[in-house]
Design a protein around this ligand. Sequence first.
Ligand code: FAD
Length: 311
Amino acid sequence: MEFAIIGAGMSGLTCAQRLTAAGHGVRLFDKGRGPGGRMSARRAEVDGETLHFDHGAQFFTAHDQRFLRQVEEWEADGVVARWPEAGSDAWVGTPAMNAPIKAMAAKADVQFGVRIEGIRAVGTGWRLVGPDAPRDLFDAVISAVPAEQVAPLLATDAPDIAALAQATVSDPCWTLMVAFDAQPNLPDTLRTEGAIGWMARNASKPGRGPAECWVVQGSPAWSREYLECDKGEVAERLLGALGRKAGGELPRVRHVDAHRWRYALCGEAGEGALWDADTRIGACGDWLRGPRVENAFLSGLELAQKVLDHG
Ligand SMILES: Cc1cc2nc3c(=O)[nH]c(=O)nc-3n(C[C@H](O)[C@H](O)[C@H](O)COP(=O)(O)OP(=O)(O)OC[C@H]3O[C@@H](n4cnc5c(N)ncnc54)[C@H](O)[C@@H]3O)c2cc1C
């Protein structure tokens, strides 16, 4: 079959990898500018230096044997490494969090910068709808996007999937990216209560440069409270909270920015993956299993298995 997968994050690419290995044709379409999804990384040019921030997922853990096997392959390829500062089971992409996604995307047929707005039945096939959508017909369509972004795609043709996704609510996460000209008086990683949920020193991750780049995540409750605020105000507030954690003093700020993840950490629909062999519409993504990179991988894998088992 010829598959169109909407979304080239961890779940979509994993599903694509398995379907392609089984001999199916797979094309992926992603609205993002480059590979990463919620495992993205940001760059900033400051004084002739490139600063790097993992501004989405900070690290991931691997417990299921199927994911562990994949992580071992990535480790052998040099695209992930352990990050002991976050725990004995913590892994990160190297040199940036999006490295495993980049590696998978390089082996797949992915078009970035293509926003899909819906799907339309044409004869026995499916056509994608959107300003840059391809004109081609596909035998099957897979949604691999965050829960809140499923309904606009599938409400008409797969209302059950759309309804389940709509009932699965994600927490937002305001994220501060700040670079200092010296090391602040803070531990390399810290999980806290209040405005800041988590903070990490990027330089403590393997394969990063020495620049003092920090990522500070607003807690879910705080991020929801300030969701519609301007990013300048949010950056100021999170920087203030960081200063208080550092005992009132921070080194000189070289760069500061904030990013709003409206749908950061998903709820959990508990279905693993969804596939309708009659309509040939499926869905995978972390929201079907819970908010973790490992769950996104397993959902993509399980969807491919359902397709291979049930056609
Ligand atoms: C701030 C933050 C912190 C996190 N921390 C952790 C952590 O510490 N550990 C952990 O394990 N997990 C963490 N996560 C969660 C983890 O990143 C996700 O579970 C995982 O990356 C989800 O993968 P996915 O493929 O399901 O979705 P995504 O990575 O979101 O991929 C979906 C893709 O679909 C694309 N897309 C969406 N709509 C459309 C459309 N209409 N048309 C075309 N393309 C579309 C998007 O551009 C995106 O690339 C964190 C996430 C965030 C945001």
